[in-house]
Design a protein around this ligand. Structure first.
Ligand SMILES: [Zn+2]
Length: 250
């Protein structure tokens, strides 16, 4: 980690009026969870809708996988961002992850760009369930859960399966907030896919300062104001500690 760059970023954070943060799968993996959207668990929406075997197989995998999500703890990155919200007024966090770990860490303004795995919605009548409720139904012996309201077997988490567009509201909200920001921090997020691949470039067009913190290189690295190559769980707590050093309690 480049400590001096991290210290400069700590100063930028203190000088900024409106900070937005984008996080991604590097943070999930720090908490021991795989990149769910890229894991191959989600089938194509057409197959899921039409094929009972695909549906049954999907719910079987969720049943196996879900306890690891429920038991996962926020990483030092999630904790540091929650602390930053309190001490330096991070306005909002956009995340590519679907596991709810920013909420678990105590962050309050979180936009889940890919929506969430913690809820299930009936595609026929719109009724929402917690994933826990649905898994209880499956445990009672039904391979494919049915909606208690309308009887449909078209239940799925609100996150996008292959063949579905990204959640509209979330992407739009993030877009609006990004436009109002003066500092944009990208931590542990892959910038390979839209809509987020364009975010650093759009921010630069609007003279928003952009910082990338990641173990990996990205196509945006040479266009932004600072890049810190390192584990977000090392870099973010270090930045928070630098900011705290500068705070005088009166
Ligand atoms: Zn229903």
């Amino acid at each position: 980690m480049e400590m001096d760059v991290a210290a400069v970023v700590a100063e930028w954070i203190q000088q900024s009026r409106k900070i937005v943060v984008l996080t991604g799968e590097e943070l999930s993996s720090e908490s021991g969870l795989p990149d769910f959207m890229g894991s191959g668990i989600n089938p194509h929406i057409r197959d899921f809708r039409e094929n009972k075997e695909v549906k049954a197989n999907y719910w079987k995998k969720i049943k196996e996988f879900y306890p690891s999500i429920v038991n996962a703890e926020p990483s030092p990155s999630h904790q540091a961002l929650s602390e930053l919200e309190m001490i330096s007024g991070v306005d909002s966090i956009f995340t590519q992850a679907t596991y709810g770990l920013h909420h678990k860490a105590g962050s309050s303004n979180v936009i889940e760009l890919n929506s969430t795995i913690l809820w299930v919605t009936c595609m026929s009548c719109g009724k929402d369930y917690s994933t826990d409720e649905i898994l209880t139904i499956i445990e009672k012996g039904d391979e494919i859960p049915r909606c208690a309201e309308c009887g449909s077997d078209q239940l799925k988490p609100p996150l996008s399966f292959p063949g579905q567009p990204p959640p509209h509201w979330e992407v739009r909200e993030a877009w609006i907030k990004l436009h109002q920001a003066d500092l944009f921090i990208i931590a542990g997020a892959s910038l390979e896919h839209e809509p987020v691949a364009s975010y650093p470039f759009l921010a630069k067009e609007r003279n928003i300062k952009v910082v990338i913190i990641s173990e990996n290189q990205s196509p945006a690295d040479e266009y932004v104001d600072a890049v810190i190559y390192g584990k977000p769980s090392d870099v973010l707590p270090y930045i928070v500690s630098k900011i705290k050093e500068g705070i005088t309690i009166t």
